[in-house]
Design a protein around this ligand. Structure first.
Ligand code: ZN
Length: 496
């Protein structure tokens, strides 16, 4: 029966290992504009989160400021021109296929390693995802978007995954569709929006209370509360502009949203005349692909059109045949639309929120306004929190997130402290003994049925106990990776 004991103990040691992993929950409220807490505050629970962690004055999304592209950026740290999800509606000339947010599920559109995939490559680590706006997701635990799933139900399910006795997750990501829905229907300055923001604050309060009820989550869970973009008030919806009124639609293919359109011309010789026509569209700017401002980071992908129309904030450009996705392809009454995103990512109304808390982050800390936090910066921060040794290169800038972290020397000893915790208190002693005994038994297997007695093997194991040294070594490696990232803060224009 000794082999059975080994299996049980190996299983236990795996469980114990998973219990010692860093914990992180990423929450995205869709379309949460950076200044909603100021416009509709005081918000007690957002203030509570501010005090227990770090936050930024605002965070700049990636251009185009649409939902699917920015949610993919959050979990890859890449600009849209790099990860290739350049719009909620796009065309791939290489494969002649079209992408529509909310409908397309083929995994080819999400080729990069995400934070949840990288996390699962660590020993014992598991990821769980609920509602994330992405068509293809493969994680240990996953629930696709369900329109009627409440925030409370989402939180309850997610926290149950963190506390799963058999297969606990250590990283979770969840998405909530508000306040974006209210923003689009009634605009960012409506009484409805005020009520929705108050509701979001209550949701956050429920999450914080549930975390605080659980001593392990309260002391170990890192929490990131953020969003994909802001919200702009739409004017003149009674006088909509249509693409067909300015150009012969038979000479081109148009893909995109009401705020950014990618135009592929059928005949290269027509490009200048079509450009001339498109420049007549009021409240918009049309660029040749090569002339787009560098700051958009929106050039190097073949899914970006020959010409790009960028509509000015507060306006929309429609197509007679354009699909407004909210209604599943049926055109909706423009008078019911009062807010939108997708505009220039540098304008105030497109900026969004960033809050975070947890043992590796400072308390009651606000990032200096002189630092422009970008959503590509969140991915390397999550790599740091999760202790991912081989974090993928990203477009994030480490100097932007460095101020959030506790002292680097404290960070370097964090894992050592975790090891020391094993010696504290009766539960710590039990865990320590279980790990030690598991190690001893693994040694017995390694010497393959040798005649070495259990006592001798145990003594050998204690003499050569590698945990602290191994963990220190891993920690050093982690810092090597961070330094490497510092050398390559961007893989955008400079390196690709
Ligand atoms: Zn969105």
């Amino acid at each position: 029966m000794w082999w059975f004991s080994i299996l049980v103990l190996l299983y236990n040691s795996s469980f114990i290992f998973s219990q010692s992993l860093p914990l992180l929950l990423l929450v995205s409220f869709n379309g949460f504009r950076w200044d909603y807490p100021k416009l509709y505050g005081p918000l007690g629970n957002f203030s509570r989160l501010e005090q227990r962690g770090v936050h930024a004055h605002s965070m700049i999304p990636t251009f185009t400021t649409a939902t699917y592209p920015n949610h993919y950026t959050l979990i890859t740290g890449l600009y849209e021109e790099i990860h290739g999800l350049i719009s909620d509606h796009m065309y791939d000339p290489k494969t002649n296929q079209t992408f529509q947010a909310g409908e397309t599920t083929a995994n080819q559109w999400w080729p990069f390693k995400t934070i949840w995939t990288l996390n699962e490559q660590m020993n014992g680590a598991r990821s769980g995802v609920i509602n994330w706006p992405q068509g293809f997701i493969s994680t240990s635990k996953y629930e696709p978007y369900k329109k009627d799933r409440s925030f409370k139900d989402t939180i309850d399910l997610m926290l149950s995954w963190f506390n799963d006795q058999d297969r606990p997750i250590n990283f979770g990501a969840m998405y909530f569709p508000e306040p974006d829905l209210t923003g689009r229907r009634t605009g960012p300055y409506s009484s409805n929006m005020k009520a929705t923001i108050k509701q979001c604050d209550e949701y956050l309060g429920y999450l914080l209370n549930e975390i605080d009820k659980d001593i392990r989550l309260k002391t170990k869970l890192h929490l990131i509360i953020t969003s994909d973009h802001g919200m702009e008030q739409i004017n003149a919806t009674d006088r909509p502009m249509y693409l067909e009124d300015f150009v012969n639609i038979n000479k081109l293919k148009a893909f995109g949203t009401e705020t950014v359109l990618n135009i592929f011309v059928n005949q290269p010789n027509d490009i200048n005349s079509i450009l001339q026509n498109l420049t007549q569209i009021p409240h918009s700017n049309t660029y040749k692909k090569e002339n787009l401002p560098v700051r958009y980071h929106y050039k190097t992908n073949s899914r970006i059109g020959d010409l790009i129309i960028i509509v000015e904030p507060g306006y929309e450009l429609h197509r007679q045949s354009f699909r407004i996705c909210e209604d599943g392809g049926t055109r909706v009454d423009l008078n019911t639309i009062h807010g939108n995103s997708g505009y220039d990512n540098q304008i105030d109304s497109m900026k969004t929120i960033f809050y975070a808390s947890g043992p590796e982050l400072k308390e009651n800390f606000t990032l200096s306004k002189s630092i422009n936090l970008n959503n590509v910066d969140i991915f390397p921060l999550m790599c740091l929190i999760l202790n991912i040794e081989k974090c993928s290169l990203s477009n994030g800038t480490l100097s932007h997130i460095q101020p959030f972290l506790n002292d680097p020397s404290k960070l370097s000893s964090l894992n050592g402290k975790e090891t020391e915790k094993l010696h504290d208190g009766p539960m710590g002693l039990v865990i320590y003994l279980l790990v030690l005994v598991s190690f001893v038994l693994i040694l017995i297997m390694a010497v393959a049925w040798s005649a070495v007695s259990f006592r001798n093997a145990s003594a050998m194991a204690r003499a050569a106990h590698p945990d602290a040294a191994t963990i220190a070594e891993q920690n050093q490696y982690k810092f090597t990776q961070i330094n490497d990232l510092k050398l390559h803060p961007s893989i955008g224009d400079d390196n690709l």
